[in-house]
Design a binder for this molecule. Structure first.
Ligand SMILES: Nc1ncnc2c1ncn2[C@@H]1O[C@H](COP(=O)(O)OP(=O)(O)O)[C@@H](O)[C@H]1O
Ligand SMILES: [Mg+2]
Length: 323
């Protein structure tokens, strides 16, 4: 039962960082495990210790895909490089809303628990992570998700790197216990190359679900320039890409559907957590230096977090809520 064991990893160590995660879990778990209308939240994390394999690209495209389907979607950026955050900042207020959380921010004035709160009614949480995740950070991250997607590029370096990473992953109790679902994705696939065939053989032998092959295309870069995902681009040029995404999206949705509904119903009797007492405005998504205006997904601590239901997923007036 993935949701029930969401904080299991965080409880295994004694470091300061661990303690902070535990404190946060105490508040966040109510939000992670339920929405107030009986839907369950499903969390999916992009993970691979290797940089440049497509974690951010897949995280942002997945978030855009869910949002454009009308899902109340949150994008959590754990990478200090802030690539997902920049993508979200570039997203127009006319696009389907995505609530961003800049999880790597360590602001003194911000209570971490407030920062990490999911808006009521959240259905999908997509989590982007940095490269070179290992040790305690890996335990903590894996403890905070229901599904993991590992993107792999077709190069020997990437295959070697992911092989080592999977050995580390397999050691984690949540992975050994089957509490977290794991899929692998061949990214930037060039289907008729020898290297891609090698990658495919490698991924087919993996114990994890080999769910998608995403081709190498400029469409991702073009979409990202304006904070979009390929599902939100129009025309024949993205038809093939959208088709390649279908099994990946279905894999996530199957995980979401498996989340026990009874658990959400039971938990929905929890009172709503008290508001943060932080005095300063909380920037859940920081403006990038080139964009001085706060993005629309920036809540203030004195404001309630967005309630997805109220807005029926089509709020062009969303910006006003975060002023
Ligand atoms: N399927 C793809 N086709 C073309 N370019 C891609 C694809 N996936 C990722 N990229 C590009 O590869 C680079 C690294 O991808 P990124 O998602 O930032 O990796 P990571 O987050 O793992 O470091 C980026 O420039 C991105 O635009
Ligand atoms: Mg990245």
């Amino acid at each position: 039962m993935a949701h029930g064991s969401g904080s299991g990893g965080a409880a295994t160590g004694g470091a300061v960082l661990t303690q902070r995660f535990c404190e946060r879990d105490a508040t966040v778990s109510k939000f992670d495990a339920l929405s107030f209308w009986g839907n369950t939240v499903h969390r999916v994390m992009l993970l691979n210790s290797k940089g440049g394999c497509g974690k951010t690209t897949i995280a942002t495209n997945l978030a855009a895909c869910f949002a454009s389907q009308g899902r109340a979607t949150v994008l959590i950026d754990h990478d200090g490089q802030g690539s997902s955050t920049r993508w979200l900042n570039a997203r127009s207020q006319h696009s389907a809303p995505i609530h961003g959380i800049e999880a790597y921010q360590e602001k003194v004035a911000v209570t971490k628990s407030f920062l990490m709160r999911l808006p009521e009614g959240t259905e999908r949480v997509v989590i982007d992570t940095p490269a070179n995740v290992k040790g305690q950070q890996l335990i903590e991250l894996v403890g905070r998700t229901d599904s993991i997607i590992i993107p792999v590029l077709s190069s020997q370096i990437d295959i070697d790197a992911v092989s080592k990473f999977v050995v580390e992953l397999r050691k984690l109790p949540r992975v050994r216990g089957g509490d977290v679902r794991i899929a692998v994705v061949a990214n930037r696939a060039r289907e008729n190359t020898v290297m891609f065939l090698d990658l495919e053989r490698f991924l087919l032998r993996s114990e994890f679900d080999f769910v998608a092959r995403l081709r190498d295309t400029q469409n991702y870069m073009q979409a990202a320039e304006t904070g979009l995902g390929i599902h939100e681009l129009r025309g024949a040029r993205v038809k093939k890409d959208v088709g390649q995404w279908a099994p990946l999206v279905q894999w996530v949705e199957r995980g979401a559907a498996d989340t026990p509904r009874a658990m959400a119903t039971a938990l929905s009797t929890h009172p709503a957590p008290a508001r943060s007492t932080a005095k300063k405005p909380v920037a859940s998504i920081k403006s990038s230096p080139s964009r001085p205006t706060p993005p629309r997904s920036t809540p203030h601590s004195s404001e309630p977090l967005p309630n997805w239901r109220e807005h029926n997923f089509s709020f062009s007036d969303n910006r006003d809520r975060y002023k």
